[in-house]
Design a binder for this molecule. Structure first.
Ligand SMILES: C[S@@+](CC[C@H](N)C(=O)[O-])C[C@H]1O[C@@H](n2cnc3c(N)ncnc32)[C@H](O)[C@@H]1O
Length: 268
């Protein structure tokens, strides 16, 4: 089963649309913003800084970074041409924000050129995270900061009890749309292997009890299962309807821990 986030442009136009919508919904989700703001609060980029958001998707988080740090140039790098096009279309007139197409393992940026590098929910979607962390370390200036924020998908839950079909959707989403659900426990060793010093490692739970924040789990799980001939479109429609019913009734319970690691490139 291949994770569609590992090569977004290889997906069908419908699935790319689902992914783009889901990234925008999540980046603006009131349940997600405190997780993002908690690490932005820990950063203090000086005037003229360069911040690189690696694997920026449609740029929802990147726009928030650019708005928060107007004194910095923020570059979002994303391998998907479709998502980069979307990110550029949504960038508005922000003068300190640009988007480039690129692979996080081979960035077209000079050594020691960036003050801050951010990997927001990227590493859980790549087969080998080590080259991306090493590349981030390469482009950071000495005493520059790496932020990795990622989900601990091994603990993702959407069910209200045993056998709940929405619980199965969460499991099916993780099985089909996440490359390493157990990444969280590997982050500290990854940073150290890249020569970085870990300054902070913390967790925050995203709990979704209403709204569309976890609809992507149902949509992506259903789309894959329909595509594989496991279920029919009528069941996919019913699962989405059940999510919407619970959102309306206020009976949703989606749970996902996020891990944030902040690490520094040593001087000398
Ligand atoms: C779950 S999305 C997160 C997007 C964005 N950071 C956000 O939080 O809205 C994962 C992103 O990682 C990107 N990605 C996958 N492989 C990558 C690689 N080798 N280098 C950089 N980004 C990559 C995908 O294209 C996708 O946009």
């Amino acid at each position: 089963m291949s994770d569609p986030f590992a090569d977004v442009d290889a997906s069908s136009p419908d699935l790319i649309g689902i992914i783009a919508t889901a990234l925008e919904v999540r980046a603006a989700d009131p349940d997600m913003l405190p997780v993002i703001d908690a690490y932005l609060d820990r950063l203090d980029p000086p005037d003229g800084s360069l911040i690189v958001d690696i694997g920026c998707g449609t740029g929802g988080v990147t726009r928030r970074i650019a708005d928060r740090f107007g004194q910095a140039l923020v570059i979002g790098v994303e391998p998907s041409i479709a998502l980069t096009d979307k990110a550029r279309a949504l960038a508005g007139d922000r003068a300190n924000l640009e988007f480039r197409v690129g692979d996080g393992a081979a960035l077209d940026l000079a050594d020691d050129s960036a003050d801050i590098a951010i990997l927001h929910t990227v590493l859980s979607h790549v087969a080998d995270p080590a080259p991306l962390v090493a590349e981030a370390a390469r482009l950071l200036r000495p005493s520059g900061t790496l932020v990795v924020c990622d989900a601990d998908f091994s603990k993702a839950a959407l069910g209200l009890g045993p056998g709940d079909p929405l619980g199965a959707c969460a499991q099916a989403f993780v099985a089909g749309s996440v490359t390493d659900a157990w990444l969280a426990g590997k982050l500290k060793p990854l940073a150290r292997a890249a020569g970085l010093a870990v300054d902070h490692f913390g967790t925050a739970n995203r709990v979704v009890t209403d709204g569309m924040g976890n609809l992507v789990w149902v949509r992506m799980a259903s789309a894959r299962l329909v595509d594989e001939g496991v279920i029919g479109q009528s069941l996919a429609d019913a699962l989405e309807a059940e999510y919407l019913r619970r959102a309306e009734a206020g009976t949703l319970y989606g749970f996902l821990p996020f891990v944030t690691m902040i690490a520094t490139k040593p001087v000398g």
